[in-house]
Design a protein around this ligand. Structure first.
Ligand code: GLU
Length: 391
C-alpha cells in the first residue's frame, strides 16, 4: 500500500463503560484516481484482511473504467446487538480520527460489511461537523443528503447483470434456472430480486448461523422486512413462510441440485471440498457478489471442471461503480433518475465482462475470465504508474 493508517477508537457504551476499538484505512493505490473503497465494521477485521480487500479494490475499481484508485478501511467493532446510540458514538469517534486523512479528491470511503446507510449517515454528520459540507467525501449516503438512486441495489444488480452477460456469451440465461445465494445483506437481497426478475428461482439465502431453503423461491419483500426493518435473524423468515426451512451451518453444505451459485456473504466461504460438491450438484456457473468468497482450492476445482466463473473483482464491481457515479452527481450538484443510473450500471457491467473476455482470448486463455480481469486491470494500473514516473 502507498500508506496504512491505524488508529485508536474510544467510545462510551450504554452502561457508561469505555470501549476501545482499532480503526484502519489502507490507502493502496492512487495511480488512476482518489483512493476509493468501503469501510468494514466486523469483529474479524484486522490489517491483513483490509490489505487483501484494498489490493482487490485497486483492480476492481480500474475495471469500472471510472477514475478511482483503491483503498479499504474499517474497524474490529461489532455493530450486532448495539443500540443506535452506541453505533452513532462509535462512528463519531471513528470519523474524528479518519477525517484527517480523507477528502473528496483524496480518499472517499463507503460501506462494506457492517456499514450501511445508518453508519454512513453518522460518519458523514461527524465529518461535516469537523470540516465542512462536502457530499463527495463519502458514498452510499442516504438519498436526502447527496446519496444516489440505485446505490443500495448496485452490487446485487451489477452481479446479476455481469452474470447474465457471461451466461449469454455461453448460450445460456437466468430464465428457468435454480440459484443458490449466500448471505442476506444488501448484496444478497438485490441479487435475489434481480435474478428472480430475470426468471430464475432463488431457493436460498444465509447468515452466519445457518441458511434458508425456500422451495417456492425467496420472497424478497419478506427478506428485506426481516433483515432491514427488523434487523432480525433468518429464523424469523422461516417461521413466517410455509415453503421455507431453516438449517444450521453453511449453505455450501446443502446437498440438493441447482444451476447457479452466487456467493454474497464473505471471503473464503467456498473451499475445495464445497466446490467439488457444487460440481456434483450440477452447478454450471459461480459468480461472486462477496469479495473473494472462493479460496484458491475452490477456484482450481472450477477451472478443472470448466465452470463459468465470475471473479469478485469483475462481478461485484457494480457497487463501487455506482459509488463513483454518486461522486459525479455530487460534483455536478445533480441527482440522476433511477433509469439513468441503472442504464449506466448495466453498460459498465457489460463492458467489464467484455474486457475480461477479450483479454482472456487475446492471451489464449479461453474462457478464463479471472485471468482476463486480472491481466486487464494489472496492465492499466501498471501503465498508469509507469507513466507517472518513479519517485
Ligand atoms: N465495499 C464495496 C466493495 O467492496 C463498495 C466500495 C465503494 O462503494 O467504495 O467494492
Amino acid at each position: 500500500p502507498e500508506r496504512i493508517i491505524s488508529f485508536r477508537v474510544p467510545w462510551v457504551d450504554r452502561n457508561g463503560k469505555v470501549q476501545v476499538n482499532r480503526g484502519y484505512r489502507v490507502q493502496f493505490n492512487s495511480a488512476v484516481g482518489p483512493y476509493k473503497g468501503g469501510l468494514r465494521f466486523h469483529p474479524t477485521v484486522n490489517q491483513g484482511i483490509l490489505k487483501f480487500l484494498g489490493f482487490e479494490q485497486i483492480f476492481k475499481n480500474v475495471l469500472t473504467g471510472l477514475p478511482i484508485g483503491g483503498g479499504k478501511g474499517g474497524a474490529d467493532f461489532d455493530p450486532k446487538g448495539k443500540t443506535d446510540a452506541e453505533v452513532m458514538r462509535f462512528c463519531q469517534s471513528f470519523m474524528t480520527e479518519l477525517q484527517k486523512y480523507i477528502g473528496p479528491s483524496l480518499d472517499v470511503p463507503a460501506g462494506d460489511i457492517g456499514v450501511g446507510g445508518r453508519e454512513i449517515g453518522y460518519l458523514y454528520g461527524q465529518y461535516k461537523r469537523l470540516r465542512q459540507f462536502d457530499a463527495g467525501v463519502l458514498t452510499g449516503k442516504p438519498l436526502r443528503f447527496g446519496g444516489s438512486l440505485i446505490r443500495p441495489e448496485a452490487t446485487g444488480y451489477g452481479l446479476v447483470y455481469y452474470t447474465q452477460e457471461m451466461l449469454k456469451a455461453n448460450g445460456e440465461s437466468f430464465d428457468g434456472k435454480t440459484v443458490v445465494v449466500s448471505g442476506a445483506g444488501n448484496v444478497a437481497q438485490y441479487a435475489v430480486q434481480k435474478a428472480t426478475e430475470l426468471g430464475a428461482k432463488v431457493i436460498s439465502v444465509s447468515d452466519s448461523n445457518g441458511y434458508i431453503i425456500d422451495k417456492d423461491g425467496i420472497d424478497f419483500d419478506l427478506l428485506v422486512d426481516v433483515k432491514v426493518k427488523r434487523r432480525a435473524r433468518l429464523t424469523e423468515y422461516a417461521a413466517e413462510r410455509a415453503s421455507a426451512t431453516y438449517y444450521e451451518g453453511s449453505v455450501w453444505t446443502y446437498e440438493g441440485s441447482f444451476d447457479i451459485a452466487l456467493p454474497c456473504a464473505t471471503q473464503n466461504e467456498i473451499n475445495g471440498e464445497a466446490a467439488k460438491r457444487l460440481v456434483a450438484q450440477g452447478v454450471r456457473c459461480v459468480s461472486e457478489g462477496a469479495n473473494m468468497p472462493s479460496n484458491l482450492d475452490a477456484i482450481a476445482v472450477y477451472k478443472e471442471h470448466n465452470l463459468l466463473y465470475g471473479p469478485a473483482k469483475a462481478a461485484n464491481a457494480g457497487g463501487v461503480a455506482v459509488s463513483a457515479l454518486e461522486m459525479s452527481q455530487n460534483s455536478l450538484r445533480l441527482s440522476w433518475t433511477r433509469e439513468e443510473v441503472d442504464n449506466r450500471l448495466q453498460n459498465i457491467m457489460t463492458n467489464i465482462f467484455n474486457t475480461a473476455k477479450t483479454t482472456a482470448e487475446n492471451y489464449d486463455l479461453g474462457n478464463d475470465y479471472l485471468a482476463g480481469a486480472n491481466i486487464a486491470a494489472f496492465e492499466n494500473i501498471a501503465n498508469a504508474m509507469i507513466a507517472q514516473g518513479i519517485v
